[in-house]
Design a protein around this ligand. Structure first.
Ligand code: PNW
Length: 470
């Protein structure tokens, strides 16, 4: 008889205390990397023939960004990209998601391409490949050419959607010999709803509902036009998808009727973006709810918008808890305990690891998506650099380990997640929050541009090395 039994305790099975990596392994060949975005890291705002973007304009308007900070210099990645590729390499990353600044390629939004622009990204791609890292390219991460805002009102016009298609096709024609995965747009709700409804992001507008819905429509149309242009102008075999922070309905209790409600909620809460893209039509209830403010569109628009995708990328940060309710429209209600719900340094960044399980499950179960990437996941922490150059970001490690454990549940259940891009490689220009909120696993001293690996970088390196949660 063992000691435990003698004490009346259960025998310790051989599984107890076994290291995580024996349980929480990811599928063979799972891709691990980091994500960044052009305006947030590049700097070099006036170099290489780059035109102005709406974020240059916006960040230079006093009062729009924390302490009036701008992306003029940011991480100076425009000059330090080789060093930044080494940061990825030292993590053991096999993939990297970066974005192309449209105004570097077409300084006026349309017309004549600027050769120095594409040349910069071509060099970045070569540097990644030389270091064994596969490039994943986002075509629009919010830095709209200012010229398109001036000429057409930006996303208020279909002209911008058409221009995006042309730009996307052009980039694919130049990079698809080496880049095999393209994301059209990043996060419709961020650049449309925050930029054209709340006004907290560039261009800082507050459109009334009908105009807002039309801008949303133009944005998904732009995505569809880009999908087609990339297929037409990219090398055969070029794969295309998008990176979307769709609202992830998490059933507050994981039993019926809440499960069904969470699927309905996911479809409805994403009606103007992911749902119309995946289903080729706006949900009836959405159109009824919008009434006279509903977007105007043609059947041809819907066909373009729902052009088939090779994969879907999910940016996963927060859960949207829902409960079933027969009497509510759509059969669900979104709920939250407002004051005590825990969040990270960004006030909006509610901690909800299960979002990283439900994102792939909904994509798989609602829309039968066959290839999924987590295109962003990560968090802001109030990081402190110690005098000897360390950052002990235990809260970020807690966040990542818990989210990754839920992602592992998704892959274990067979949802087809193929890779994970941590947001972000290094601290950067966090939009309206400027440099006040740090999302990196490398700490950046913005005075010296020196990069320091945080404790979370060491954690992520071990995750990658073991292909498992550790
Ligand atoms: C994403 N929200 O934005 C973006 O893709 C990144 O550029 C950004 O740096 C990162 O997440 C961290 O913020 C979001 O309010 C902006 O729920 C706002 C929200 C979510 C994501």
């Amino acid at each position: 008889m063992g000691a435990s039994a003698a004490l009346g305790l259960p025998e310790i099975s051989s599984a107890q205390g076994r290291p995580n990596e024996q349980f929480y392994r990811f599928p063979e060949g799972f891709k691990w990397g980091c994500a960044t975005a052009s305006y947030q890291i590049e700097g070099g705002a006036n170099e290489g023939g780059r035109g102005k973007s709406i974020w240059d304009t916006f960040s230079h308007i006093p009062g729009k960004v924390y302490h009036n900070q701008t992306g003029d210099v940011a991480d100076d990645d425009y000059h330090r990209y080789k060093e930044d590729v080494q940061l990825l390499k030292s993590l053991g990353a096999t993939v990297y998601r970066f974005s192309v600044a449209w105004p570097r390629i077409f300084p006026e939004g349309t017309g004549k391409p600027n050769p120095a622009g594409i040349d910069f990204y071509s060099r970045v791609v070569d540097e990644l490949l030389a270091n064994g890292i596969e490039p994943f390219c986002t075509l629009f991460h919010w830095d709209l050419p200012q010229a398109l805002q001036d000429r057409f009102g930006g996303w208020e016009s279909r002209e911008t959607a058409k221009a995006f298609g042309e730009y996307a096709g052009y980039v694919a024609s130049k990079l698809s010999d080496r880049v095999h995965h393209f994301f059209t747009t990043n996060e419709f709700s961020s650049f449309i709803d925050i930029g054209y409804k709340d006004g907290r992001f560039a261009p800082g507008l507050q459109l009334p509902p009908a105009k807002l819905n039309q801008a949303r429509h133009n944005a998904v149309l732009a995505h569809g036009l880009a999908v087609r242009a990339i297929r037409a102008q990219g090398k055969p075999g070029t794969r295309v998808g998008l990176a979307e922070n769709f609202v992830i309905a998490v059933p507050v209790i994981e039993v019926e009727p809440h499960l069904k409600a969470s699927r309905e909620a996911t479809r409805l809460m994403n009606a103007p973006y992911l749902t119309v893209i995946m289903e080729g039509k706006y949900p009836e209830l959405y159109l009824r709810q919008q009434g006279a403010n509903a977007p105007k569109f043609t059947a041809e628009d819907l066909a373009i918008i729902s052009s088939p995708l090779d994969f879907v990328g999910a940016n996963v940060y927060t859960p949207a808890y829902v409960r079933a309710d027969d009497k509510a429209p759509g059969g669900f209600v979104r709920i939250k305990n407002p004051s005590s719900y825990p969040h990270m340094a960004s006030p909006w960044l509610d901690i909800g690891p299960e979002a990283l399980y439900w994102a792939p499950r909904h994509l798989g179960q609602i829309w039968n998506v066959k290839e999924i990437y987590i295109t962003e996941n990560g968090c802001s922490s109030a990081d402190v650099l110690t005098p000897d150059g360390h950052v002990y970001d235990t809260d970020r490690i807690m966040f990542l380990r818990n989210y990754l454990t839920k992602l592992n549940r998704a892959t274990s259940e067979g949802f087809p997640v193929r890779g994970y891009f941590l947001w972000s490689l290094m601290d950067n220009f966090e939009w309206a929050d400027g440099y006040s909120l740090r999302f990196g696993i490398y700490y950046v001293d913005f005075e010296t541009q020196k990069r320091y690996p945080k404790m979370s970088a060491a954690f992520y390196r071990e995750v990658i090395r073991h292909n498992a949660v550790v």
